[in-house]
Design a protein around this ligand. Structure first.
Ligand code: ATP
Length: 364
């Protein structure tokens, strides 16, 4: 696949404050790429640098092999959709959508044809002559999307485009925008702090924290193989057990847990060059150690509470050493799980991720 956008060693200072710290990323042609991170992590700043609304302090931004680092926003020819729609209230839907074409001096007949085309794409054929304030939030956002794609930009930027909508509408729009994006094959970068939205819509996600990029990967890989504790805790839920490395051999490593027990986990090619680690387990990776089940790693924990969530039970339990565990098991069990009960649980070597215990590294 041909790459569309390349951000190389990009840093942005606001006075002495580093809002973006040496960002490197490549977005492929036709890809839906999401920048995800907590508030203040630098997502919007990175998007503004790509759009040209802010100047980079150092680094390079390449769009289709052209260095656009010092170009003005309008010279970059990028489509943008903002959280607050930013439609012109005194213009009809058709006039709003026609605006970028008129600015580019496109011929009248072609403008008419293009506007009709995108109105169809966003399912608003009937609304050409309406004004924005006569439309719902979801419809206005579709107009904003139509206006951003009508001039066939090489890149579409979405800045928290759905955060003003209620949850049901947001979920419907996620699917709709994703399908429009796929059908048109338009390269898209979206900024959000909503991990569910990122997981639903993206081909790849870039996780940011404190201005830096923590990991760029597919939704599945971020969930299954987070690179560090921040990503593991930010995407989905995770149990972390403190562990000390004992030995490593042919793709497997033995660790000693806080209670002295030794467990074995797959290393997946990871270099284990320190002593202190965290065994990271998603709630559904922990199983009940029932008779007949072959689990390599076993542990005891005392049940504190059990929550029924339809297809599953969420069991909150605690080890003797005080480590809290959240376990997700199928709700169709042969016996009930009760608070106070000592539960035998376990996992297999391939189901855990090994993370460096950065807090231990800082202490030593
Ligand atoms: P949010 O999800 O809250 O929008 P974000 O991840 O998009 O957060 P940014 O808006 O990129 O974060 O801000 C990153 C950091 O840079 C924040 O600490 C913010 O206070 C700071 N910042 C952003 N814009 C400016 C500015 N114009 N001047 C000074 N500091 C700024």
């Amino acid at each position: 696949m041909e790459s569309n956008l390349k951000v190389e060693n990009v840093t942005k200072y606001y006075k002495k404050f580093k809002a973006v710290d040496n960002a490197n990323l490549t977005v492929e042609q036709g890809e839906f790429f999401t920048i995800l991170g907590p508030s203040g992590s630098g997502k919007t700043t990175l998007l503004k640098l790509i759009a040209g609304f802010e100047e980079i302090s150092s680094g390079t931004i390449m769009l289709r092999n052209e260095n656009i680092s010092s170009k003005k926003p309008y010279e970059r020819n990028i489509g943008m959709v903002f959280q607050n729609y930013a439609l012109f209230p005194h213009m009809t839907v058709a006039e709003n959508i026609a605006y970028p074409l008129k600015r580019r001096k496109v011929k009248k007949q072609e403008v008419k044809q293009k506007v009709e085309e995108v109105l169809k794409i966003v399912h608003l054929e009937q609304y050409a002559n309406h004004y924005p304030n006569q439309m719902s939030g979801g419809q206005q956002q579709r107009v904003a999307l139509a206006r951003a794609i009508v001039f066939s930009p090489p890149l579409l930027l979405l800045d928290e485009p759905l955060s003003a909508l209620d949850k049901n509408l947001r979920q419907r729009m996620q699917i709709e925008i994703k399908s429009i994006q796929e059908n048109l094959g338009i390269t898209t970068i979206s900024v959000t702090h909503d991990q569910e939205e990122a997981l639903t819509m993206s081909d790849r996600i870039c996780v940011m924290n404190n201005g830096g990029i923590e990991q760029i990967d597919t939704p599945e890989n971020l969930y299954k193989y987070p690179k560090n504790r921040f990503v593991a805790e930010f995407i989905g839920e995770i149990n972390l057990l403190k562990a000390v490395l004992i030995k490593e051999e042919s793709g497997y490593a033995n660790f000693q847990l806080s209670n002295g027990q030794v467990v074995i986990n797959q290393t997946r090619g990871q270099t284990l060059d320190t002593k202190s680690y965290l065994i990271a387990l998603r709630p559904e990776n922990i199983q009940l150690a029932e008779a007949g089940k072959d689990l390599k790693n076993k542990l005891q924990a005392k049940v504190e509470s059990v929550i029924y969530v339809g297809e599953a039970l969420i069991v909150l339990a605690r080890t003797k050493e005080g480590e809290e565990l959240k376990i997700k098991v199928p709700s169709l069990l042969s016996h009930a799980i009760l608070p106070g009960e000592e539960l035998a649980i376990g996992w297999n070597p391939q189901d855990a991720t090994i993370l460096k215990d950065e807090s231990a590294a800082a202490e030593s």
